[in-house]
Design a protein around this ligand. Structure first.
Ligand code: 5GP
Ligand code: ZN
Length: 114
């Protein structure tokens, strides 16, 4: 029994609204969206946080970022704009200990965040 909720989603053991998937990454709708569009893009292999991502395959991080960019473009978000966020650690607001990238869009996003 896997304890990590995002590992369980990545292995299709837990339901999620999946919007994108390849052997390395999976994207799905956030269960508690804070914007009209709120997707999460995660590496399937378990990594607790960006800070703890020590054994990074050479091009995986780059492909992750570009996949988020392409997901935004395919979702029609590029003209109006979007935000990518990686909450890291307690003060960074990270609540799920599996590395994830938030894709937020669909309204004017304020800066700085709270
Ligand atoms: P964090 O605060 O760690 O950066 O973001 C974790 C995100 O995961 C939150 O926005 C939360 O709503 C979302 N989340 C937590 N559990 C689940 C779940 O079981 N399914 C989905 N789809 N999203 C989840
Ligand atoms: Zn995990």
């Amino acid at each position: 029994m896997i304890e990590c909720v995002f590992c369980r989603i990545a292995q299709h053991e837990l339901d999620a609204q999946i919007v994108d998937e390849d052997p390395d990454f999976i994207a799905f709708h956030d269960a508690h969206p804070v914007a009209p569009v709120h997707l999460l893009l995660i590496p399937k292999r378990h990594v607790a946080s960006l800070a703890e991502w020590t054994e990074v395959e050479p091009d995986l991080a780059g492909r992750w970022l570009l996949r988020a960019r392409d997901l935004a473009a395919r979702s029609g978000l590029a003209p109006s704009g979007y935000r990518l966020v990686i909450n890291t650690g307690e003060w960074g607001g990270q609540t799920v200990a599996h590395l994830h990238l938030h894709l937020l869009a669909g309204r004017l996003l304020k800066w700085p965040p709270g």
